[in-house]
Write a new protein. Sequence first.
Length: 386
Amino acid sequence: MTGSADLSEEKLAQIRQALRNHLLFTAGKGGKRLNLMANNMSNFVLEGFNFSKASLLFCNLSYSNLQKARFRDADLTNSLFVRSNLANADFSGATLDGVKFHFTDARDAKLDGSTMRQGSMMIFPKSEAGGTPVSQQAKTVVQVTDLSNSNFEGASLKGAHMSNCILRNANLRNVDLTNANLKGADLEGANLQGALLKGANLMNVKVKDAVLDLTPEVFDILRFNDDFVRHVDSVREINNSLRAHEKWVNSRGGDGQRLDLAGRSLRGVDLTGKNLAAMSFAGADLSGAKLARAVLSASDFTGAIIQYADFSGADLRGANFTNASIVFSDFSGADFSPLELRSGGGLPTRFSGATIRNSNLCGLGLTACPDDAAVCKDCDFNPVKP
């Protein structure tokens, strides 16, 4: 169970006893419903624990292992989860008003029917010197529910009340948002690829730089959203430029125009199967981009942002990934072999200074973390053949 080093042994003992009493309560064997308002429960290991119907207002549950924990109908108003592990946790019917999830792993969690509206705190203003309040008139401070930078991939949020939530850069891939209320939510930079949006309320949402599937359903829901319209216009411009580039390649420079994608925002763009050999993607944002089976030999990805991107089956011979950030991306079946040069020799695929995490690199020519990468963790590679 452990717990924060800041807690005294006496306080830890009190929390442990309260947790034991709650288990008896949830099992219908007496005990007492858990009520731990404003407690520090960070760094706890409570995998699979049953918090159903518990009251955990203003609690700090950061850096805790809460995989498969059950929070059904619990009240977690204004609580804090920073880098917590909530994979497969069940928050069905929970009150999450004002909760902050930062860099939290909530993959495949269940949040059906939960509420994530604004929370509020009552503060009594103190004198300038501190001490007792200068007035008994409390001041209400609104606290918005913030789920920024958290991973909810595969989670179920059916019917969730999430109006005005902050979900910046959250991973919402393959999330079930059927009938969810996201009115006024901030989804800037969020990834919604594969999300189920049937019946969802996305009125007045912010979707600047969000990664969205351009399906008829998404068009129907967001057709009057200014951020979405600008995104569609950008995708249309890139596609037109690609056609001009293909003409330039096929005519050997006689027609069309050469394309340079360096520094461009290519979030969610579909370049599946395109011939983009020797293209510059230096400094580009390729989050959620689809480049499966694309020809990208000798292309430059220096300093590119590559998150949740699909490079499966791509030709990456001689590509340059120097200082690129590669996270949760799929390179299965890609060709990382050296590119044979007409002058003789080969141009290797380079990863100097790159950060590579949680990616599938089971491709040709790469059997382990590249020696020149700055960071390479939690990746899959083809086994070395005997």
